[in-house]
Design a binder for this molecule. Structure first.
Ligand code: FMN
Length: 161
């Protein structure tokens, strides 16, 4: 099974979930980093905040081809109730996605706003099937149960083919 796990992550939370999914289900993580003004500003602020570690990895491919993939998992941090710019750009870059299944997730401190709806709308416009969607708060991530539910959904969707 070929699973693509697309994520962006500035302080590691979303990437940590992506790693848990890869460890449980296999697949390849594609970490996205955007150089737009907001993303650079947030990374700058975080880098200058005591105790914060900022990830410095990822690329922004012009094209993310899903034609050889059985499933795509897409994870984003929530910024201002929306997906981060890097993930909005990654969604726009998806090709070969007609009829492909996606599981989407958002990590946030408490209020995901319209993040999942924005992602779902973009994927439906590309004629994809959104098989599951999860919003995970930092508290829930520590607890672990919702992350286990997300992983179970990825495994179930893969079994269904
Ligand atoms: C610029 C910015 C805006 C944010 N906006 C929200 C928000 O609207 N709602 C929320 O619950 N959390 C918000 N957060 C918190 C992040 O979504 C949360 O910490 C996320 O898990 C970070 O993921 P990461 O470590 O993968 O970057 C915001 C964080 C930043 C830096």
């Amino acid at each position: 099974m070929n699973v693509k796990i697309i994520c962006a992550s500035y302080t590691g939370t979303t990437f940590g979930i992506a790693e848990q999914i890869r460890n449980a289900c296999g697949g390849e993580i594609i970490e996205i980093r955007s150089r737009d003004l907001l993303s650079r500003f947030v990374a700058f602020m975080a880098r200058h905040s005591p105790g914060m570690t900022v990830r410095d990895s990822g690329t922004l491919p012009d094209n993310i081809d899903l034609s050889g993939s059985d499933l795509v998992v897409i994870g984003t941090p929530v910024w201002g109730g929306k997906p981060v710019p890097a993930i909005r750009k990654a969604l726009a870059a998806l090709t070969g996605c007609r009829g492909k299944k996606a599981v989407i997730f958002a990590t946030c401190s408490g209020d995901p706003g319209t993040t999942l709806q924005v992602m779902e709308k973009e994927l439906l416009a590309k004629e994809m099937i959104v098989a599951g969607q999860f919003s995970l708060t930092e508290k829930e991530i520590k607890d672990g149960t919702p992350v286990a539910a997300l992983i179970a959904k990825v495994q179930e969707t893969l079994r269904q083919g």
